[in-house]
Design a protein around this ligand. Structure first.
Ligand SMILES: C[S@@+](CC[C@H](N)C(=O)[O-])C[C@H]1O[C@@H](n2cnc3c(N)ncnc32)[C@H](O)[C@@H]1O
Length: 236
């Protein structure tokens, strides 16, 4: 899917469609993000969706900024209860420099960059870094790891189901046929998986290298998301 197709998809959604949807799980997702954030300051939630994580983190920061290009998601986010000041922008995160003023102490982006093209992703990293205070951090979470893509398509990360050699073999044949039919019909070699764009850790490092920042890589603590990784990018 191209970026516009993702935008069309999200414009009518009202929940972030995480693997788990219960309040307890939102607490856990928020806690995982909090572990990477500074103790205080101004923090941006880039692609805040319906605000479940923003709501949980707002008690720690004097000001938070939530941005999302989906009006329906943002309408939900605005109805949540916040303990401190939260300002919203209905815009794309790639325009972050047009609505955020320097300096901010952290920018986090959870489960969003798969909807950006590689160029947009590079642009988002560069502009976010330019908005950060000296000790600021850009934390990008839940990036689909391209090395895990085939296994994901084979159902490997649905850990509840046992995966046998036969299942892998049947899966490989059916995926190959599906990709071939898609190629014959559309001429496209792009594999559809419902996730969006996948990245390698090396690709993310390559995007950051010219900007002179440092990258720390972490795995997701959630087993359903073990095909994803996080990066913490710090200005040096
Ligand atoms: C899977 S949801 C995640 C929401 C939230 N970050 C969370 O973790 O609960 C993805 C969100 O990213 C938003 N999104 C995707 N691409 C975006 C972009 N370029 N600019 C702003 N929002 C975007 C969608 O509208 C959607 O609300």
């Amino acid at each position: 899917m191209e970026s516009n197709q993702f935008k069309d998809f999200w414009k009518s959604q009202t929940t972030p469609l995480h693997a788990h949807k219960q309040e307890l799980w939102y607490d856990r997702y928020a806690q995982e993000i909090k572990n990477f954030l500074p103790e205080q300051g101004v923090v941006v939630d880039a692609g805040c969706g319906s605000g479940e994580i923003l709501e949980r983190l707002s008690r720690y920061y004097r000001k938070m900024i939530g941005v999302d290009y989906s009006e329906s998601m943002l309408t939900q986010a605005k109805q949540k209860k916040y303990e401190n000041q939260v300002v919203f922008f209905n815009d794309s995160i790639i325009n972050i420099k047009t609505f955020c003023a320097y300096p901010v102490d952290a920018i986090y982006c959870n489960g969003v960059v798969q909807y950006l093209s590689h160029e947009e992703f590079a642009h988002f990293i560069a502009d976010s870094l330019s908005l950060l205070s000296n000790k600021g951090k850009l934390i990008i979470l839940q990036i689909p790891n391209v090395n895990c893509r085939t296994l994901f398509r084979l159902g490997f990360y649905q850990h509840e189901k046992a995966i046998s050699f036969n299942r892998i073999l049947k899966g490989m044949i059916s995926l190959t046929l599906r990709d071939l039919i898609n190629f014959l019909k559309t001429g496209s070699t792009k594999m559809e998986d419902g996730i969006g764009n996948w990245y390698s850790i090396e690709e993310v490092r390559e995007l950051v290298r010219p900007l002179g920042a440092s990258v720390e890589v972490h795995g997701s603590v959630f087993v359903n998301y073990s095909y994803r990784f996080h990066v913490v990018i710090s200005k040096n």
